[in-house]
Ligand binder design. Structure first.
Ligand code: LLP
Length: 383
């Protein structure tokens, strides 16, 4: 039997998701960049780059992986609130398509480094639109209290300084309000803000040729089998309808979770089952080191026994990992067929922010991943 724990990726589902994404933006001037932070597994990156998506990177490492996986430099956007000088130089030397800037100081540094390389940087300003994404507070980014984006104060200062910056060209705006978003009205609100901000940009900065609206579309963690593909249609429809800017300007998206979230799962073994007066515990060989989301955000992931035969007795279990932290718990009072030592458990919807957030805490080694793919591609009806 294969050694557990391991991540398992279904590349058929990934390809199906990508085809659905593609069919929803066909005939528009929408361009999707995959947010590499969601999952940087090489097979996943190569599958996505082959489909012609761009990449959204937040470090020099992610830029390197993207280049090695076949993404073209001009289709890479480089974001992040704290880019180091080395990372900026690396991005400029590799001629990435766009740098998203989040502070005035960062823009000044980029200008200086571009001058040193005798080049210029094409940049977009990340503005904080102060839109509530109606999601978990730890994955909200578009509110005033969040650290992301230029503040209005800095935007005003930039307007004064811009004529003296000879090595940066500011061509547009970038936004990202948060992650795991289901309420589409939030994106309508974002579009309304964009519609107000673009004329301001044109008035004070110059020609507006680039818009990036970020990512954030949510997935169904509760029913991954019923809803393996996210609501791309509804999502893109919002931007088609609510943006009033010149329709010839390309609109860029940075989707991570919605592309890869459902194609992965974490397979892990029951090490021990123990009973107390109050409850049963199933102790697994995977823990928060392999899937941090439940410990960090109280996130729900569906938990199943791999051979989900329910004919026997069903019992409630707290499903916990081996790490020396009480927060190392994947779910409480989960109803499962009776578990015994050696049973394989599948934790679903682990394609995004599981492997890429894995840790070595407690002296644990990183675990392997396996991919499955067949050549057959089935398109679902809703696409
Ligand atoms: N663009 C920017 C600027 C971002 O910060 C992010 C995610 C994305 C795009 C992609 O967002 P997505 O489409 O995947 O929602 N670790 C958390 C999620 C953190 C998201 C960070 N930024 C989780 O496990 O829920």
């Amino acid at each position: 039997m294969t050694q557990t724990p391991y991540y398992f990726y279904d590349l058929d589902l990934l390809n199906e998701t990508l085809s659905c994404l593609e069919s929803n933006i066909k005939g528009t001037n929408f361009k999707v960049h995959y947010a590499v932070k969601a999952n940087n597994n090489r097979d996943i990156l190569e599958t996505i780059s082959k489909k012609g998506l761009g990449a959204d990177c937040v470090s020099g490492g992610e830029i390197r992986w993207s280049l090695e996986s076949g993404f073209s430099p001009s289709e890479i956007v480089f974001a992040g609130v704290g880019k180091t000088d080395e990372e900026i130089l690396y991005a400029l030397e590799n001629e990435v398509g766009m740098i998203h800037c989040e502070s005035l100081q960062e823009i000044l540094v980029i200008n200086e480094l571009a001058e040193r390389l005798n080049t210029y940087a094409t940049i977009a300003l990340r503005l904080n639109p102060n839109v509530n994404p109606l999601t978990h507070e730890k994955i909200s980014t578009g509110l005033k209290e969040n650290k992301f984006g230029l503040t209005s104060l800095e935007f005003e200062e930039l307007i004064q300084l811009y004529p003296s910056l000879n090595n940066v060209r500011i061509v547009g705006l970038h936004f990202h309000i948060g992650s795991q978003i289901h309420d589409m009205s939030v994106y309508v609100e974002l579009c309304d803000r964009i519609n107000e901000l673009v004329p301001l940009f044109e008035e004070h900065i110059g020609e507006f040729t680039y818009l990036n609206v970020g990512g954030g579309l949510g997935i169904d963690y509760f029913e991954p089998d019923e809803n393996p593909i996210p609501e791309f249609k509804e999502y893109f429809e919002v931007f088609k309808e609510a943006l009033t800017i010149d329709p010839s300007i390309p609109v860029h998206f940075e989707l991570g979770r919605s592309i890869v979230g459902q194609c992965g799962s974490l397979h892990t073994k029951v090490l021990y089952v123990k009973r107390s007066e109050e409850k049963n515990f199933a102790v697994l060989d995977a823990g928060m080191t392999e899937l941090l989301r439940p410990a960090l955000y109280n996130a729900y992931h569906k938990i199943e026994r791999l051979d989900n035969v329910t004919s026997g007795e069903e019992l409630h279990y707290d499903i916990v990992g081996p790490i020396c932290e009480s927060s190392d718990c994947f779910g409480r009072d989960i109803l499962l067929p009776e578990l015994k030592r050696g049973d394989i458990i599948t934790i679903r919807s682990c394609g995004a922010y599981a492997e890429s957030m894995s840790l070595n805490y407690n002296g644990r080694d990183k675990v392997p991943s396996y991919v499955h793919s067949s050549s057959e591609l089935v398109m679902r009806e809703k696409c």
